[in-house]
Design a protein around this ligand. Sequence first.
Ligand code: DX5
Ligand code: ZN
Length: 218
Amino acid sequence: HLSSIVAPSALASDFSQLASECQRVLDDGADWLHMDVMDGHFVPNITMGPPILASVKKALPHIKMDCHMMVANPIQWVEPVAQAGGYQYTFHYEATDDHMGVVREIKKHGMRAAIALNPSTPANSLSDDLIKQLDMVLVMTVWPGKGGQKFMQDQMPKLNELRHKYTHLDLQVDGGVGPATIDECTRNGANVAVAGTAVFGAQNVKQAIDAIRMSINA
Ligand code: DX5
Ligand code: ZN
């Protein structure tokens, strides 16, 4: 049985009030906070790193930080992110050749381990042996790098393929996801939804979170 998880992306929040922005969506029912870490190498932009994650964790000890690591050298940040209080560490398949090594390092540091797939990376890049070690796979529904982009419907077959092969694996979607696009994702097997603009930009945040959760539960 899979749980339905809603993870608003803090990238769409007001960074000058980061902790209270996270608290605001937790109060409205968010399960995890999706923290987009960009290093200026794997993607052009730079967002936040372990010191900022640590500040958020200190302000909100119960937060589950879902760390989406858009970084060129994923193994390097495992220990700092764990020390900052990371709950899950998602690295990009495209960023390393030693997937098993990074996963082992994540587990050694007590975090959930996940791999993200860029739009051009097929589902079958992930071997059964690798998947067995993972807590989640993230199917990107935009090219990583910034918030507010258009949802890529052409990623749905990939999601569907993964769900058919792995019935118990958490499957996350990220990019352009919100009340308008979540149904398609859940129909194809997603049970973990990231939403930046659609949650932080909503008139009614609770309504947006509830709508996303209802779709996953339906
Ligand atoms: C994109 C990030 C996403 C982004 C999603 O590189 O991985 O998490 O914040 O933002 P929205 O939901 O606005 O597309
Ligand atoms: Zn993300």
